[in-house]
Design a protein around this ligand. Sequence first.
Ligand code: FAD
Ligand code: DHB
Length: 397
Amino acid sequence: MPGETTTRTQVVVIGAGPAGLLLAHLLAADGVESVVVESRSEEYVAARIRAGILEQSTVDLLRGSGLGDRLEREGDQHHGIYLQWPQERHHVDFVSLTGRSVWVYGQTEVQKDLVAAAQARGQVVHYEVSDTALHDLESDRPSVTFTDASGAARRVEADVVVGCDGSFGPSRGAVPESLRQTWEKVYPYSWLGVLADVAPSTDELIYAWHPDGFAMHSMRSATVSRLYLQVPNDTPVDDWSDDRIWDALSTRLGHGQDGWTLTPGPITEKSVLPMRSFVQTPMRHGRLFLAGDAAHIVPPTGAKGLNLAVADVGLLSPALVALLRRGDEGPTAAYSDTALRRVWRCTHFSWWMTTMLHTSEDPFDAELQLSQLRWVTSSEAGTTGLAENYAGLPIGF
Ligand code: FAD
Ligand code: DHB
């Protein structure tokens, strides 16, 4: 393109979300240079309220790569969750069952830590780009073109392109249609998520089945609660006043049950999140690799989305280092198949948690769900299976 500025690096990463910035961080630690391009502003990406739970292997990886300091100080280690339905609440203790635990540490905090580390090492990140396009992926000189924030046309040539551009980015579609396969399931309900300036009313997360619909009590800190309600698809946020939200949460979470109370507080953020499962294979085409939401989406029940993105990158980074520093193609050749084992495990677990806890109009389904919940919470095999999957399998699973 006339007037285009061309630069060169080893890896172009598309997307500065958790997958993209963590990959750039891990590569830099092993002496591999990268350039990150991101369509949004740094502030926008950092402010998105999304996931809240980090599983054991995510925490291990963040600690092991020098990103664990604030997590250590401000994150909150949780030993399990509560599963409940009307008149019953059961604690599932991950630590006693599997020796693994989870941490409450929001995606916004992980993102802040990644941005701070990127700034400290002088990482090149082009924010607010447009027209991102991928080229020559089947050659050993792929490139990415884009218009930068000042309106200038740019091309970055590299050895490898990694698509970490989430569910709406262009990378997934750059795999030729004839070579890719996709699976998708759209669920007939959404989550209304709220953030509230009130101390959590629970020590650990509560996942609640209720005839009116699923509800969840999570948290972000000692003074901020995160709560979710199952709502029909296409529900306008404005249908839900703060009072209506707190009433529904009280009913579904069991305010008054065995003396437990839900304390309401000022709601500071409200949004509706549709739910779907999606997988695209393979996660590699030529010199393009996909990681995180660019390759797969899970419904949020089970808290796997962010953790899966981290696990992909945890596999991909050493594989790219082997390729680019030692000319060893083995680990990159194995990346897609290895990553997909875990992707499908988490896809199943997220689907299983979702379909066990969200109510439909069907009374037969409701009886099966309650039967499943009774079994999961009373059998050591059932509880251990949930704990193993929730607290997370090792990265290489
Ligand atoms: P993303 O975080 O989506 O990052 C992709 C980046 O690519 C974005 O910054 C995007 O702006 C950028 N990009 C897109 N297109 C382009 C382009 N053309 N050029 C350059 N850059 C581009 N998971 C949970 O576990 N629990 C939750 O409660 C939860 N809640 C969620 C709520 C919402 C509204 C959403 C959307 C997701 C939620 N998730 C949750 C999922 C979790 O946040 C994601 O799995 C996680 O963000 C994946 O990280 P990622 O880096 O792969 O993708
Ligand atoms: C949160 C989100 C989840 O999807 C989940 O399963 C647990 C916690 C959260 O936002 O805190």
